[in-house]
Design a protein around this ligand. Structure first.
Ligand code: DC
Length: 229
């Protein structure tokens, strides 16, 4: 199938935490010369602002007002994105556990999601992108030419996260427990819950290596582009 390339190519990669989306997205973006955008980093940056301002993570009105005085920018870099909150770089800080948990909580609020979706659409308006997240194929870019839903067994995702965190961080059981909690919240929220788009290609990476997943996604993009390699 040849993609309709009258508009810039959009590759949407959705899936739960620890499925390997970020690494796969970075590799695929580099291979095809696309901008790599991590939508989760935007929710994380806003969650950090809520933490810094001691805001109530369950108060949608307070968070809505906070959003009006928040500026978030993503700068694509070779490995992931550099992230700026009100012009201060927060790339490392937003990966810490308190922000991770808060991001999942602030992302349930419809007004926050609408604000994020409109920023994300603007980011993808002018050039080809790979955007990863939870609702990219279902909500942000429902017309994306390529939609991938990357999944894996929770135990395997937890183990990968544990290894990424390195020694001295949380024990493996706590990592798995937090991941399950985040999965539950991301999958059951009323607004844009994590679920595959009806036209997404589902890849279960439980028994696949990173190289195998990247190869599959690259083959799908090539096919859509009509490049055939
Ligand atoms: O992908 P991540 O772990 O950086 O995402 C952090 C949180 O942000 C995740 O638990 C749910 C939320 N999120 C979302 O609701 N929609 C997205 N498109 C991306 C992330």
């Amino acid at each position: 199938m040849t993609a309709n390339l009258s508009s810039p190519l959009v590759v949407a990669i959705d899936g739960p935490a620890g499925a390997g989306k970020s690494t796969v997205a970075a590799r695929v973006a580099a291979r095809f010369g696309l901008l790599n955008l991590e939508s989760g980093a935007m929710y994380r940056a806003f969650a950090l602002k809520a933490i810094q301002t001691d805001s109530d993570l369950d108060d949608r009105e307070e968070l809505g007002r906070l959003a009006e005085r928040t500026r978030i920018r993503l700068l694509p870099a070779p490995l992931g994105n550099r992230v700026f909150l009100d012009d201060v770089e927060v790339t490392k800080r937003i990966r810490e556990p308190d922000v991770t948990a808060a991001a999942s909580r602030v992302s349930v609020h419809p007004a926050i999601r609408q604000w994020m979706v409109s920023m994300q659409r603007q980011l993808g308006a002018s050039s080809g992108i790979v955007m990863e997240g939870r609702d990219i194929g279902t909500k942000v870019f429902p017309d994306a030419q390529v939609k991938i839903f990357l999944d894996a067994a929770a135990e395997v995702r937890g183990q990968r996260r544990y290894q990424q965190n390195g020694p001295g961080a949380l024990p493996a059981e706590s990592v798995l427990e937090q991941l399950r909690e985040r999965d539950r919240r991301d999958r059951t929220r009323a607004e844009s819950p994590l679920q595959p788009a009806s036209d997404a290609v589902i890849i279960d990476s439980t028994d696949l290596s990173l190289e195998q997943v990247v190869a599959r996604v690259e083959a799908i993009v090539s096919e859509r582009l009509g490049a055939g390699d």
